[in-house]
Ligand binder design. Structure first.
Ligand SMILES: [Zn+2]
Length: 254
């Protein structure tokens, strides 16, 4: 039997189909079975012999498939686990109310959908900023936009503004070194008046390594209410009277 397998039988029919039309070119399409192909295509021959000779080889390859599938499932579970952890972190951060992640999240939100605000005359001082929608406690109201400058530059500008008759109240100190000057490059944020009992608070946050001043709602703010925060001016000899009108008014801004 082994000799007949190695040496082809001379009486067996040729492996190639005899073309009826006399030429493969004019024969058209016809299906050739794998068994037929295995007679002259080396790939098919080797495949069928492997399958027949070592059927147990199928087993380990199947195991490979299942293990890679379960690996993928595990990876998905791990990713889901991470997602859950992230949500827990976000929830924790939200409960604390101050985290870089939530700051960034809220700041981005503020960029895409600005709060509806309007400036109008204020009984506190000159112009004020008013909420034209309800704002929930903890929400960012507006960024105090301005030019970030060094403290020394701010001191020089303050004197120059005084000489020009421009008030220095648009200078907002971030820390010992930096000041935001909203005098020339500002937004509506600079119109927010001081109150000794304010509905907002100003906070310094860091977005992509850049310090920003953001006004947050300390409490729910009703439509039409004036937006205020405590300027926290240092106490000085030259007093600025406060007209905030709140029960807790300190009488002076500084
Ligand atoms: Zn006051």
């Amino acid at each position: 039997e082994s000799s007949s397998a190695s040496a082809p039988d001379p009486d067996a029919p040729p492996p190639f189909r005899v073309h009826v039309t006399g030429s493969a070119r004019t024969e058209g399409y016809y299906k050739i079975s794998h068994a037929e192909k295995s007679a002259y295509v080396a790939q098919y021959a080797s495949r069928s012999t492997v399958n027949e000779a070592t059927p147990e080889k199928e087993q380990p390859s199947q195991q490979n498939v299942t293990s890679s599938r379960s690996n993928r499932a595990n990876a998905r579970r791990r990713a889901q686990g991470l997602e859950e952890i992230n949500q827990v972190h976000l929830a924790m951060a939200l409960s604390k109310g101050e985290s870089a992640a939530t700051d960034l999240f809220k700041f981005n939100q503020l960029q895409t959908r600005k709060k509806h605000l309007r400036f109008a005359r204020s009984p506190i001082h000159d112009w004020g900023l008013y909420a034209m929608e309800r704002i929930m406690r903890g929400e960012m109201v507006i960024e105090y936009v301005g030019e970030i400058i060094r403290a020394q530059v701010a001191d020089k500008r303050e004197k120059a503004y005084e000489r020009q008759g421009i008030g220095s109240s648009y200078l907002f100190r971030i820390d010992e070194d930096l000041v935001v000057d909203a005098t020339k490059k500002g937004n509506l944020g600079r119109l927010i008046n001081h109150s000794c009992e304010p509905n907002c608070t100003a906070r310094i946050i860091t977005i992509n390594g850049e310090k920003k001043i953001v006004i947050y709602a300390k409490q729910d703010i009703e439509l039409g209410s004036e937006i205020t925060y405590d300027y926290h001016f240092p106490i000085e000899q030259d007093k600025i009277p406060c007209l905030c009108g709140s029960a807790k008014c300190r009488g002076f801004l500084n």
